[in-house]
Design a protein around this ligand. Structure first.
Ligand code: PAF
Length: 286
């Protein structure tokens, strides 16, 4: 596996390749959710490149950029064992040199949900993904459904800016009790970790209500809220039911609908979601 730290070297490596190239952009601290993206990319492309870069521009001033978990050596080992062809690990100054002053701003869908709670977050995500796409020129890019809004923002950016890249969305990977895998789960102490299992229970409640014919968001949201609030360690940031395209709040669910949430458990902010659709529902038995 090639370990590449400079944009110049990454470009040289890329342009010597033939066949399809899959990129798995990550902020490192890899878990099984990331490895599912890697496996899917490896099964669909000639070459797979993973990036490890904790992108400072997608963190707000009071967010966890400094303490975001980093473990480069174990990430490299894991990627090497999985058979990834190259890992791109740029520094902040490589990606954002002095005088950097250009941003990719997707409007509309970035102003709700995560975008409303984390102003500037998606500008940072869209900018860094554009840079990675320009540097690596992938055939396909892989993102997890856990970051549902991020997926929609990247798809919109790729479509609006005519980028010739297929965005592949991979289902959320969950722990045995249903908690979505996330690098931020390492922040949870044992009692917070136990409390976190109610998040998926609330999503499953929404799915069961939907399956038995409930379509009123005013019934579904309070039922989910009650389950989450049964855990005193958890504070809800939002629980929302939106259309899974423009992310507008909806009163009556049409398929597919995005049911999403953000909560604080102690100081840790976690997100999760499920798509309710008449054809298939993103659930897994627990
Ligand atoms: O989902 C993430 O880990 C990040 O938002 C991404 C896509 C790697 C951009 O920094």
């Amino acid at each position: 596996m090639r370990i590449i730290r400079s944009i110049t070297e990454m470009r040289e490596f890329r342009y010597a390749l033939s066949g399809s190239v899959g990129i798995v952009p990550t902020m490192g601290c890899l878990h099984n959710g990331h490895m599912a993206l890697v496996r899917q990319s490896m099964s669909e492309n000639t070459i797979t490149i993973t990036s490890l870069f904790v992108n400072p521009t997608q963190f707000g001033p009071r967010e966890d950029f400094d303490k975001y978990p980093r473990d480069e050596q174990s990430d490299i080992k894991r990627l090497e064992q999985s058979g990834v062809d190259a890992v791109f690990i740029p520094s902040s100054s490589e990606m954002y040199p002095d005088g950097f002053d250009s941003w990719v701003d997707v409007s509309g869908i970035t102003h709700v949900l995560e975008g409303a709670c984390r102003p500037g977050h998606f500008r940072g995500v869209a900018t860094v993904c554009s840079k990675l796409f320009n540097i690596i020129n992938p055939t396909r890019a892989y993102f997890g459904q856990k970051d549902a809004q991020q997926v929609l923002v990247i798809k919109k950016m790729v479509s609006d800016l005519s980028m010739n890249i297929e965005i592949v969305v991979v289902p959320t990977v969950r722990e045995d009790d249903g908690l979505a895998m996330s690098s931020r789960n390492v922040y949870l102490n044992p009692s917070e970790r136990r409390a976190a299992s109610v998040l998926y229970k609330a999503l499953l409640k929404a799915q069961r209500m939907y399956s038995s014919g409930e379509r009123d968001a005013k019934a579904i949201i309070p039922a989910m809220t009650a389950i989450i609030q049964s855990e005193p360690l958890i504070r809800i940031d939002y629980v929302a039911v939106s259309d899974n395209a423009g992310l507008k709040d909806i009163e009556f669910l049409r398929s597919p609908a995005l049911v999403s949430m953000a909560v604080f458990i102690g100081k840790t902010r976690l997100i999760d979601n499920i798509i309710l659709s008449n054809s298939d529902v993103d659930t897994q038995a627990i």
